[in-house]
Design a protein around this ligand. Sequence first.
Ligand code: GAP
Length: 516
Amino acid sequence: MNQQDLFKKIIAHSKEYGYVFQSSEIYDGLSAVYDYGQYGVELKNNIKEYWWKSMVLLNENIVGLDSSVFMHPKVWEASGHVGAFNDPLIDNKDSKKRYRADVLIEDYIQKIEAKINKEIKKAAKRFGEQFDEQEFVVTNKRVVDYKEKIKAVQERFVKALNDNDLVEIKQIIVDCEINDPVSGTKNWTDVRQFNLMFETQVGSVSEDSNTIYLRPETAQGIFVNYLNIQKSGRMKLPFGIAQIGKAFRNEIVARQFIFRMREFEQMEMEFFVRPGDEQKWFEFWKEKRKKWHLALGIDDKKYRFHEHEKLAFYANAAVDIEYEFPFGFKEVEGIHSRTDYDLTQHQNFSGKKLQYFDNELNKSYVPYVIETSIGVDRMFLLILSHSYCEEKIKKENGETDQRVVLRIPPFLAPVKLAVLPLVKKDGLPDMAHNIINDLKFDFNCQYDEKDSIGRRYRRQDAIGTPFCITIDHQSIEDNTVTIRYRDTMEQDRVEISKLNQIISEKISLRKVFKEF
Ligand code: GAP
């Protein structure tokens, strides 16, 4: 299956099985805004719990925060968002469609990369086992030309962005002969900057109302509370503040499902350190965050670090953790060494000292900050992309069948177990309900008695339920049930009294955490 089809299937599956719905769908939807259904909300909560516990529970020196979405408008002047949280926009005069100029250029580069990959595949087929990819990409004339073309465009584009040279950005689009994907023409307007923050008003009467913003990141809530937490919690450096919450950005390019949304959730942790120690802690968090991802059992090859060549002016190190989605490697998480920029800005704009007195050094200073920032929704999409699997299976009667299974790591799965009476009589449903009544305090359980057992297994596979407990006539006689494992489809006969222990072990967060 090609990756585009796979992505379409994941989106359709998410809707069919109650994971993600388009917002306000009965009114034809609202672009780049999504709702999470009955299973989606559980998966999302489990992802957040995994992150929260890994930060706040496992680290004595990290505490939590829940700051508000609305903040004083000066916060966003100080942070630089009012002046510079912009995307360069361009319109096509024929289709009247609006695009992010950087995304048009990125897509252009991706097309050339696809051509390179095609050349590599062709050559690998031609040369068979003797094929040396590394040598091929540096010697094949066509590939070398493509690479040079990409490099030249990238260099021009980075320079234009740094110089805020919007005329040059348009010229790159013209020189690369980029067409509007809708109209197919090159009839472009000039490029202009567009601020991504949503504005709203506080105050009931428009004359005395004030413009405020929906926060475009949760991090600033942490910075403005830095001193409150440091003092009330008597925190000593190094220490961190973790927060999960909604953020809002008026994204121009709404695509790739929940990858880029206008309303989304972030899990951010700001780690305050002594100036000079930031490189050490940057490396520490880079490794720690990678381990958090790999502990999910996802293949290392699906991840890569993308080191920023051009750093934001306030940062002295930055790396993205990228995952290979069906639409290519894309950022899931950013780890940034933000120096003392944010706290110093808030100190200057508010006039309040945001310093830390270091007993060991016997002096005060503004701490440096390492930030780890990951989108809940992107992590959700990562889990779905990793989990979605179509398989051919053999039925008991020898016929082949197909199943769609979500191989979600069991500790994140929305429903942990389904209890299925083989028939709707002979006391089996009562027994099934008794088992649920006992297990529901510890696990999200589901009861299902409709359709054949095979169809019920298929339904649970599609939801991603890791364990199916089947009650049959033997269960009445000896208090045993079968437990079927989603991934292997193998079944064991076990005592009902052991179920809690068996499932607890298999979904244990403790076990996952012990890995790192
Ligand atoms: N405080 C730093 C910050 O906000 P960012 O790279 O703009 O940095 C951090 O965002 C993370 O938030 C990204 O890695 C991504 O996972 C998520 N994110 C950003 N914009 C998003 C959007 N429009 N939709 C969904 N997730 C988004």
